[in-house]
Each structure stands twice: as structure tokens, then as C-alpha cells.
Design a protein around this ligand. Structure first.
Ligand code: MSP
Length: 638
């Protein structure tokens, strides 16, 4: 393993808020970045947002805001989510930034000058959701609908610029065949090689501005914008600055991409061909993971659930959330997310196994350690067994992390935790403390030294996965200074072994199983897989009130939005509502309507909206919900 590494996540579409799937990739990348830093490696860890293209343009049009405003708002939401999850990224790139656009233009110009791009015409079946054409072979099992979105495709015929990707087919096959670990796990390498058995088409890398405005204009023809994938992939290069700069020269040769299986083709086929054509080195590894499913369904289609799932990190804490995601999913395969499984692991692995060990060991050390430190000596068979076992644990963690097998790394650490728990039971330090003779006191010191050492070593190997808990363990042990994997060995600390610690209990409080559906955190429908039903508690989280419209006005430059001033009795609120095409402002003043009052405020076209009114719609007609009898403003609706 090289001692410098550049780790990337996909850059996410800011057409909505971040969800569980985005969080998973970012969390595993974070754990890897922390692990590599722990090894003493030099790390550059990048994430960001992919802001151009149809997806953002359409979402913005739907919300009645500009694409830039939509991107600004959601990109900030991603950044904020990563801050709250404690993600240690070194940079965050947005494709609307000038530093990115400059490099995209430069690479396009180079490819154009080299004759790698030509102008041509193409007709085919296009999916606006995927923003790409589908070939007949890809559609043979779907009856002509998009395999991903399951929606009808549109036949489009248009002139565009094309990248001569087909000429790289043979080179790419050989490149992948010569490097068995370029694309991992192997199933995804095989998928790409399978795909490359069909003739590779050239790639349309532009979209006419008559159809799409929102993108980077081609440097050699500004009637076209760059195809969003061609623009997006380049973020990995542009984030490192100029191609002859120190950062690029240091980190580009050791780039390693982490992605979900949905974007395998772009990273496994387009990207290496683009890099080859631009005379840039190919990535060292492409690490591909599977998909989280919720309630048995494909997750990204049920956005509500996945956003809710991410919110469980607030309910149960970041470390527990990270642990569950990394332990539950075998990297590379799909996995099911459910709050029940999450709570199950939290209670069993974190509260019981780890939390109890830390609590028992630190309590014994605080009570009987006497503030002493001593060398790690007089070890008997049991102690030497633990010492050897920890050395094996570290080897297993190293081996697993080399392959991005986070689940296996954690399983190895938990085997060791189980052994230390058994050691505490077998050596019965409380009995040694009670007996009071010199032999017992000496033996007690050996046991406490080994417990202290086990916790110290554990705090190091756990730190990439459970950064906060690891830090608390170190504080309890009075450890400070840099975390280094090299110190994770019995007797490997820099100081004599401590026998004392401050008591640390409740590292991971147990979540008591309350009545089904009544759990404080019973937020999603995953307790009732497949039904799509919500409980009365779920509904109870939405606060609805009667509001009187006291003023209404159009929002400048917006076709859709009206700015409403609402009286809720004791308070007045502003709400931006997308109803301007259906109501004149004067129609609304004086009406009593129903408003969701506990939504997070958002800013739409410069108006801070503090709620959402209820309206029904059918066949293009919209009707605001009003009351059929009078109630005072502020009255609860339930
Ligand atoms: N913008 C492109 C990526 C461009 S990279 C040059 C994109 N964005 S996305 O917002 O759709 O994010 C896709 C990525 O989010 C997946 O590759 C994966 O990392 C993550 N996930 C989204 N849904 C997921 C699951 N259900 N499960 C696990 N991860 C998933 O595609």
C-alpha cells in the first residue's frame, strides 16, 4: 500500500436533501480516510456536489427557483449533513465553481485539438432521468422502458459532439485484464468486462443549449453545453488544481474512487477512456459497493424513507449509525436497512459488548488501580493469549481494510472484545481486590494492566469507525497525543501501562424496546415492511394548524410562487406557496387555510418560507384546502 492516497466519493446531485445512500458512501470513505491517517499515510479526501444537467434544471423548475438557487441550497444541506456526521473531508467541490469549470474547459479543448472529439448526429432512445441514451441491447428485457426509472423513453435525434470512446475498447479490456484489482469487488470487474464484450459506442458529450441551458458551454462551440457526466467525472481532477501543480502531482497518481454500483459504467468505462485520451493516469482502484434497500424496495425511489433513515443518526448518535452501516452491509453486496436491525446491533454489539466492557474495566481501574502505572510484566498464559490475539486482530483489520471490507474489520475487532469480556469474567478482579493478600494484589495489578492495555489498543483500532467513542475511551484512560496504528500493540504505548482510569459508563446507552410503533424514534415505515403504512405516531409528528391569509403578493421573477402572510393567532408567518398559476393574490386574502407549521424553514426565490399550505390537485387543477366551518387562526388540525 502506498503511503499517500487520494480518496473520493461520488459528487452527489443537489436536487434534494442528502439521504442514507449518500451518507453510506461518505461514511465508509471517511472511515477509510481516518484509517489511512492512523497508519501515518498522507491523505486527501474529497466529496462534493454535481450541479449541472437536466436533473437539477428540472427539479429547480418544479420548485419555481433557479438551478443555481436549488444547487446552492441543497449543496449547503450536503455540506451541513457531513459536518454533523463528523466527516473529515479535506475539500468539498461544486461543479459550478470556477476552479472546476476552468479544468473542464481545458480538458475539452485538449481533446478537441487532439481530434478525440467530432461533430455528428445521433438518434436513439433517451431517458431524461438518467440523462443518457440506451442501446437496444440494454433495453431488450425492459420492453422499451428505462431499466432504472421504469419510465417510457423518448426518441431523440440531434446533432452533438461525440468523444471517440469506441477507439479505446481494446485498450480498456486489456488494461482491466492486466489489473485484477483495478475494479473491486470482482463481480463489478466482471460486469464491466461483460459490458465490453458488446461494441463500445462513441459518447455524446454535449447537449444543445436549445434543449438545456444549465451546463458548462463547450469551449469550441458555445451553442452547446457539456454533458453532465463528462463535466462531473472531471471533478476528481479539478479539485486538485492545475495539472502541473504540487497537489495534482502528489495525489493524482494515487487516486482511488469509491462509488455505488449504480454509477459503475460511467466510472468503469467512460472515465478511464477519458483519462487515457487526455494523457492522464488511470485511477489505482475503483471500489464499488451495493445498495441499501428499505422495506425490500429499491431505496432511491422512495426518497422519504431514505431521508428519514439518515435522521436516525440524530436519534441514536453518529457512532452507532456509522457502526450499523459498516457492520451490516457486506461491502459490494446489497443490504436491508431497518430501524429494528439497527437497534438490535446497537444493543448487542455497542451497548452490551463494547459499552459494558468499557464500563466494567474503567470502573475496576478507577476503584482498584490506585493511580499507579507500571511496566507490562508478569503476564500469564491468559494475558499472553490476549496479547497474541490482539496482534492477530490488527493483522485482520489491516487485511480487511486493504480490500475495503469494513464489515470484516469490525467483526475482527468484536472477536477481540468478546475475548476481553471473557478474560474479565475468568480473572475475576473483584475477588482479587477483596482478598487483600500480597499475591492477590500483585495479580490484580497484572489484570488491571492488561485491561487498561486492551482498552488503549481498542481505542486506536476503533477510532476510524467510532471516532467519538474512541476519543472518550482515550480520555478516560488519560491518553493524549496523536493516534497511531503503530501504537496498537500490547506494551506498544509510549508510556508505562496505566492501572487507573476514570469511570466511563453509558458509552452506548441501551435502547429499550418500547411497544412497537411507540418508540421515540419510530419514524419510518420500515417497522412494517412492505405495507407503506405509517403509524398514528408518525402522523402525530406533523403539526397542522388553521391559518388566516392576511396578505398575499406575487414573488418577483417567479411564475409559480406567491408570498403569503399568515396569522396563526399568537404569531404571524410568511409562506412561499407554489400556487401563483392557480390563484390571484386577492383571491386568497381572508381565507382560512391549513398549514404545516413544524417544517424546517427554506428560502425560495429570496422569500423565507416558514411552513407549507395544504392543497389538492388533479389534472392540472389545484385547490387550496379551506375550512367548512369557522375556527380561530392557530387552531390545531388533527
Ligand atoms: N452525480 C452522480 C455522480 C457523479 S460522480 C462523478 C450521482 N449522484 S447521486 O446523488 O445520484 O449519488 C449516487 C451515489 O449515492 C451512489 O453511487 C452511491 O454512492 C450513493 N447512493 C445512492 N443511493 C444509494 C443506496 N440506496 N445505497 C447505497 N448507496 C447509494 O449519481
Amino acid at each position: 500500500m502506498s503511503d499517500v492516497v487520494y480518496l473520493t466519493t461520488p459528487i452527489y446531485y443537489p436536487n434534494g436533501p442528502p439521504h442514507l445512500g449518500h451518507a453510506y458512501t461518505t461514511i465508509v470513505a471517511d472511515a477509510m480516510a481516518r484509517y489511512r491517517r492512523l497508519r501515518g499515510d498522507r491523505v486527501f479526501f474529497l466529496t462534493g456536489t454535481d450541479e449541472h444537467g437536466d436533473k437539477i434544471a428540472q427539479a429547480a423548475a418544479k420548485a419555481g427557483v433557479t438551478p443555481q438557487a436549488m444547487a446552492d441550497q441543497n449543496s449547503a444541506a450536503f455540506r451541513e449533513a457531513w459536518r454533523r456526521l463528523g466527516i473529515s473531508n479535506d475539500d468539498f467541490i461544486r461543479t459550478t465553481e470556477e476552479r472546476h469549470q476552468t479544468i473542464v474547459r481545458r480538458i475539452l479543448q485538449t481533446l478537441w485539438d487532439k481530434g478525440e472529439i467530432y461533430f455528428g448526429k445521433y438518434g436513439g432512445q433517451y431517458c431524461f432521468g438518467c440523462e443518457r441514451y440506451y442501446t437496444e441491447t440494454e433495453l431488450k428485457d425492459t420492453g422499451g422502458t428505462c431499466p432504472d426509472h421504469e419510465t417510457p423513453l423518448t426518441h431523440i435525434e440531434e446533432e452533438n459532439y461525440f468523444f471517440k470512446m469506441s477507439r479505446y475498447q481494446d485498450w480498456l479490456i486489456r488494461y482491466i485484464q492486466d489489473r485484477p484489482d483495478l475494479i473491486r469487488p470482482e463481480r463489478y470487474r466482471n460486469e464491466i468486462l461483460g459490458f465490453l464484450r458488446e461494441p463500445l459506442q462513441d459518447l455524446s458529450i454535449s447537449r444543445p443549449r436549445t434543449r438545456l441551458q444549465w451546463g458548462i458551454p463547450l469551449p469550441f462551440d458555445d451553442r452547446f453545453v457539456t454533458y453532465v457526466w463528462f463535466d462531473a467525472l472531471i471533478n476528481y481532477v479539478s479539485a486538485l488544481g492545475p495539472l502541473d501543480g504540487e497537489k495534482h502531482l502528489t495525489f493524482w497518481p494515487v487516486v482511488q474512487h469509491l462509488i455505488g454500483k449504480d454509477i459503475l459504467k460511467a466510472h468503469g468505462v467512460y472515465w478511464p477512456c477519458m483519462l487515457k485520451a487526455a494523457d492522464l493516469p488511470i485511477y489505482t482502484h475503483l471500489e464499488v459497493h451495493g445498495f441499501w434497500r428499505i422495506g425490500g424496495g429499491k431505496m432511491s425511489k422512495s426518497v422519504g424513507n431514505v431521508v428519514e433513515a439518515l435522521a436516525l443518526s440524530d436519534t441514536y448518535g453518529n457512532d452507532a449509525f456509522r457502526y450499523f452501516l459498516m457492520r451490516e452491509m457486506v461491502f459490494g453486496l446489497d443490504a436491508d436497512f431497518s430501524e429494528e436491525a439497527f437497534v438490535g446491533r446497537l444493543n448487542a454489539d455497542l451497548a452490551n459488548d463494547l459499552g459494558n466492557l468499557v464500563s466494567r474495566a474503567t470502573t475496576l481501574m478507577a476503584t482498584h488501580g490506585g493511580g499507579v502505572a507500571r511496566p507490562l510484566v508478569d503476564l500469564g498464559d491468559a494475558e499472553l493469549g490476549l496479547k497474541a490475539s490482539f496482534a492477530t486482530t490488527v493483522e485482520s483489520v489491516e487485511g480487511a481494510m486493504e480490500k475495503f471490507a469494513f464489515h470484516a474489520a469490525l467483526a475482527a475487532i468484536w472477536e477481540f472484545i468478546a475475548k476481553v469480556n471473557r478474560y474479565v469474567d475468568a480473572s475475576a478482579p473483584w475477588a482479587l481486590a477483596k482478598s487483600g493478600d500480597t499475591g492477590s494484589r500483585e495479580r490484580l495489578e497484572v489484570v488491571l494492566s492488561v485491561l487498561g492495555e486492551s482498552l488503549r489498543c481498542l481505542s486506536i483500532v476503533l477510532s476510524p469507525f467510532l471516532p467519538r467513542a474512541a476519543m472518550k475511551m482515550r480520555e478516560a484512560l488519560g491518553e493524549s497525543g496523536d493516534l497511531r496504528l503503530a501504537d496498537a500493540a500490547f506494551g506498544g504505548g509510549t508510556k508505562p501501562v496505566r492501572l487507573t482510569a476514570s469511570k466511563l459508563s453509558g458509552l452506548f446507552p441501551r435502547v429499550e424496546d418500547k411497544k412497537p410503533g411507540a418508540r421515540a424514534s419510530a419514524r419510518s415505515a420500515d417497522d412494517r415492511p412492505g405495507t407503506g403504512l405509517i403509524s398514528i405516531d408518525d402522523f402525530g409528528r406533523v403539526e397542522l394548524r388553521v391559518a388566516e391569509v392576511v396578505a398575499a403578493e406575487a414573488v418577483p421573477k417567479s411564475k409559480k410562487l406567491l408570498k403569503l402572510t399568515l396569522s396563526l393567532g399568537a404569531e404571524t408567518r410568511t409562506v412561499a406557496a407554489g400556487i401563483a398559476e392557480h390563484y390571484a393574490p386577492a383571491d386568497l386574502v381572508g381565507k382560512k387555510i391549513v398549514v404545516v407549521t413544524n417544517l424546517q424553514p427554506v428560502t425560495l426565490m429570496g422569500v423565507q418560507s416558514q411552513g407549507m399550505l395544504l392543497a389538492g390537485s388533479a389534472e392540472g387543477r389545484l385547490a387550496v384546502i379551506t375550512l367548512d366551518r369557522d375556527l380561530p387562526p392557530g387552531a390545531k388540525v388533527e
